[in-house]
Design a protein around this ligand. Structure first.
Ligand code: DER
Length: 262
């Protein structure tokens, strides 16, 4: 089909342009498009791939790596970052602290990570989570020096939430009622716990034992919206939406940070 041909073409181009034989650690995403990325990597031959470690983003990704006979790594088995405690740092927030300690560029332990997405806009903002693997996908993506999103023509949208209608959020089952209330106060029309349907009675349980809440939003605010409306006098209504967006990003950030560091 043209969709499959488009996925395959994107995957082979991504590997051609962004897979270097000198790489050591390569992140492998989840979903159907990344299958073609693995196919293109395998075609590079074992003399190149056998020296590497391929880091999965969930059980499907792990199976894909094993079935392709690629050397399996793990995000929790990456080389430690050695800090130099004796070098004066001028403050240790993640953004600058690592730079002050001469660790700039060493925070990301993977050379590259390849993954799919559900919707992508012109600025390469993505909605991820259609496959319920977003927690490990984001953990691996943020641990890579380079993140390559591979997608067929259907995924490109002028604005996020045009084709894909809800933001997937991975949550602790216990927190479901609380997060649902928070998302409703933030303007989500009807956040729903994703159900397994015919595959499984009850909620989908992620590879991390969590649930997925899909939160529909009419219009997802992006950083560009927030800056654009800071000049707004609030009369145009966008200003309120921007405030909401800022609160949403903080809350979703907190939720995700909670998951990352919880
Ligand atoms: O869940 C995700 O974000 C995955 O990357 C997935 O949605 C990609 O989907 P695909 O099967 O269209 O590649």
């Amino acid at each position: 089909s043209t969709v499959e041909a488009s996925k395959r073409a994107a995957a082979y181009k991504a590997v051609e342009d962004h897979f270097d034989p000198s790489y050591r650690y390569v992140g492998i995403g989840s979903g159907s498009t990344v299958v073609y990325v693995v196919e293109a990597i395998v075609a590079k031959g074992p003399e190149i791939t056998s020296k590497m470690r391929f880091i999965p983003t969930g059980d499907q990704s792990k199976q894909l790596i094993l079935e392709a006979h690629l050397p399996l790594g793990s995000i929790d088995a990456m080389p430690p970052v050695k800090s130099d405690p004796y070098r004066a740092g001028t403050g240790f927030n993640v953004a600058t602290g690592l730079e002050d300690l001469g660790l700039k560029g060493k925070r990301e332990s993977l050379d590259v990570a390849f993954d799919g997405a559900d919707e992508i806009d012109a600025d390469l903002n993505c909605i991820k989570g259609g496959g319920a693997c977003l927690f490990q996908e984001k953990l691996v993506a943020t641990s890579a020096k380079k993140f390559i999103c591979v997608a067929d023509f259907r995924k490109l949208s002028p604005r996020l939430l045009s084709a894909w209608k809800a933001i997937p959020i991975e949550i602790s089952p216990l927190a479901a009622p609380t997060i649902k209330r928070i998302l409703i106060t933030l303007g989500s029309s009807d956040p729903k716990i994703r159900q397994g349907g015919s595959a499984k009675a009850g909620p989908v349980v992620t590879d991390n034992g969590m649930w997925i809440m899909d939160a529909p939003f009419r219009k997802l605010l992006l950083p560009s919206d927030l800056t654009a409306t800071q000049k707004g006098d609030g009369k145009d209504g966008i200003w309120e939406v921007a405030q909401l967006g800022r609160r949403l990003q903080r809350v979703v950030g907190i939720l995700e940070v909670g998951l990352f560091f919880g």
